[in-house]
Design a protein around this ligand. Structure first.
Ligand SMILES: *Cc1c(COP(=O)(O)O)cnc(C)c1O
Length: 398
């Protein structure tokens, strides 16, 4: 039942974290409970004092959450993990744990929208300043590292332009400046099947488990993976007291269920994206395809080194303005017009009117998001059917 470090990825995604339960169920039961009974007052006291192992209350831990946590710790090659109610719950719980007033963050300039808002509008209220820098050349961070820098933060590939950042180099430069700096990587676009930042020198991995980890579009969840000390502090302070972003046992069950097929899903997403990207590149209505698997894509060599495959995400710039792009997407039959990513269904979104609608025209330009840019999350359907659906609407633009 238990797994060890020598087991392969597929074995660990299925077996890691499995607990013995009464009646011998193959699948873990859902511990749908808010609190746990103590045998005696003394036992309750011992648990609160940390003198006895055992559950107290689901905001502090629950066996169904533990199942997910042990799977993710194993898959990311981390010592421990913490399941949270959303990706933003993971990100904010980790940041609240790491930061004090007066600290500074160095962050890449292309971030998930709500993370950007948290840095730019949230943490600034508490006297935490973020310096944004394009980390596609890791050496650029040097100028921004100061004795106040507590966290270095980035995503790779980035949203929506799929910019690639060298995890090993950024981690090396940050730690050479100060070994105490906590390098945090949002690994949502890859999942640990494609990329493992802790192996490359990062200190904390964050996920929106809503996306590939769950993979079925029916859960909002997040996870933090790191060393035992950071995760304990994150559990007993960042999550328990600061955010309260607790993952429900039912959602933890669904997430553990989704994780059992992570590797085969990521292979299929990657295969489909590869085929879709190749088709788009040749289509006359397409100006540019952003896909890390292309040999001429910036930092392709870094992507090839740090990712197992190139993932399921593609961005495409159409030769069209906002209205024509919208009219084109509105005619899709199979692909869904939706934000989010990593689901069985192919999802197409328009960043300028959706995920990045809070950006000013200037900011959109700066981030390389044109009115004709669309983002595709390749689903698990037959690739020829996805391509036929895209072809039908793109042909209308020619
Ligand atoms: C979706 C997403 C998040 C936020 O996750 P939620 O589960 O929606 O809270 C954070 N980072 C990235 C890269 C994402 O795609």
């Amino acid at each position: 039942m238990s797994t060890n470090k020598n087991h392969g990825f597929a074995t660990r995604q299925i077996h890691a974290g499995t607990q013995k339960a009464s009646n011998g169920p193959l699948c873990a039961p859902i511990y749908q409970t808010s609190t746990f009974r103590f045998d005696t007052v003394e036992q309750g006291g011992a648990r609160f004092a940390g003198e006895e192992q055992g559950y107290i209350y689901t905001r502090l831990g629950n066996p169904t959450q533990l199942l997910v946590e042990e799977k993710l710790a194993s898959l990311e090659n981390g010592e421990a993990a913490l399941a949270t109610a959303s990706g933003m719950g993971a990100i904010s719980s980790a940041l609240w744990t790491a930061l004090r007033a007066g600290d500074e963050i160095v962050a890449d300039d292309t971030l998930y929208g709500c993370t950007y808002a948290l840095f730019n509008h949230g943490l600034t209220r508490f006297d935490v300043k973020t310096n944004f820098v394009d980390m596609s050349d890791p050496a650029r961070i040097e100028k921004y590292l100061t004795p106040k820098t507590k966290v270095v933060y980035f995503e790779t590939p980035c949203n929506p332009t799929l910019k690639i950042i060298n995890i090993e180099e950024v981690s090396r430069i940050a730690h050479a400046y100060n070994p105490e700096i906590i390098v945090m990587v949002d690994n949502t676009f890859c999942s640990p099947y494609l990329q493992r930042p802790l192996d490359l020198g990062a200190d904390v991995v964050l996920h929106s488990a809503t996306k590939y980890l769950n993979g079925h579009g029916d859960v909002i969840a997040g996870v933090v993976v790191s060393n035992q000390a950071f995760i304990s502090e994150c559990r007993m302070f960042g999550l328990k007291d600061m955010t309260g972003a607790v993952l429900s046992p039912f959602d933890a069950f669904l997430l553990a269920r989704g994780l059992k097929t992570l590797d085969i899903r990521m292979e299929r997403h990657s295969n489909n994206a590869e085929k879709i990207a190749a088709f788009l590149k040749e289509h006359p209505s397409v100006a540019t395809v952003y896909y890390p698997g292309f040999e001429d894509f910036p930092n392709h060599a870094v992507a090839k080194k740090q990712m197992q495959r190139f993932g399921g995400m593609i961005a495409v710039e159409l030769k069209a303005d906002r209205q024509k792009t919208a009219a084109c997407l509105n005619k899709l039959q199979l692909c869904a017009i939706a934000v989010s990513l990593g689901d069985a269904e192919t999802l197409v979104e328009h960043p300028a009117t959706m995920t990045h609608s809070t950006y000013t025209a200037e900011e959109l330009k700066g981030a390389g998001i044109s009115e004709g840019l669309i983002r595709i999350s390749a689903g698990l359907e037959n690739p020829e059917d996805i391509i036929a659906d895209l072809k039908e609407v793109l042909d209308l633009l020619v």
